[in-house]
Ligand binder design. Sequence first.
Ligand code: COA
Length: 148
Amino acid sequence: MPTLRAALPDDWNRIARLLGDSGLPIEDLSADALDDFLVAENGSQLIGLIGLQRYDKVGLLRSLVVSRDACGIGIGARLVGALESAALMAGVAELWLLTIDAEAFFQKFDIVDRSAAPECIRATAEFSDLCPGDAYLMKKSLSVLSPI
Ligand SMILES: CC(C)(COP(=O)(O)OP(=O)(O)OC[C@H]1O[C@@H](n2cnc3c(N)ncnc32)[C@H](O)[C@@H]1OP(=O)(O)O)[C@@H](O)C(=O)NCCC(=O)NCCS
């Protein structure tokens, strides 16, 4: 059973490889900017990642990826659940995310128009630059905890 833990600077090379393999943005990340990131590990293998960018009560869920050979066994859902718990504990009340084609995975999130995004989300590199303009913008209230 894979374990989840906080990401560490030493994980950076493996994180960069995981993100690169799945085509997710890496340009605005670095080894010393992983404070609110979690990894999934199977022995010495890093097989999953998720990150949170916090702006007071608003959070951006980003960089969710599970390595192809570990997909479909619930690791993605566990990473989202763990991130939501951590975000709620940190005072985040609403979670936002951008996705090109995984919108159906985030069943408890609503698709919202880009014009509804708060300024702190608009100012992120993911929103303004790194994700294509037709990526889905999705939102979920964290006042009640529920799985993805
Ligand atoms: C999306 C992703 C993280 C899911 O991880 P996972 O560990 O396979 O997810 P889980 O095992 O918890 O859940 C699997 C379920 O999600 C569904 N699912 C997985 N990827 C999906 C996608 N892109 N779109 C819709 N549904 C998806 C599966 O069909 C499966 O459904 P089922 O349980 O009804 O059979 C993984 O497919 C991935 O890394 N994708 C590439 C990167 C990406 O798109 N990230 C999201 C950007 S925010």
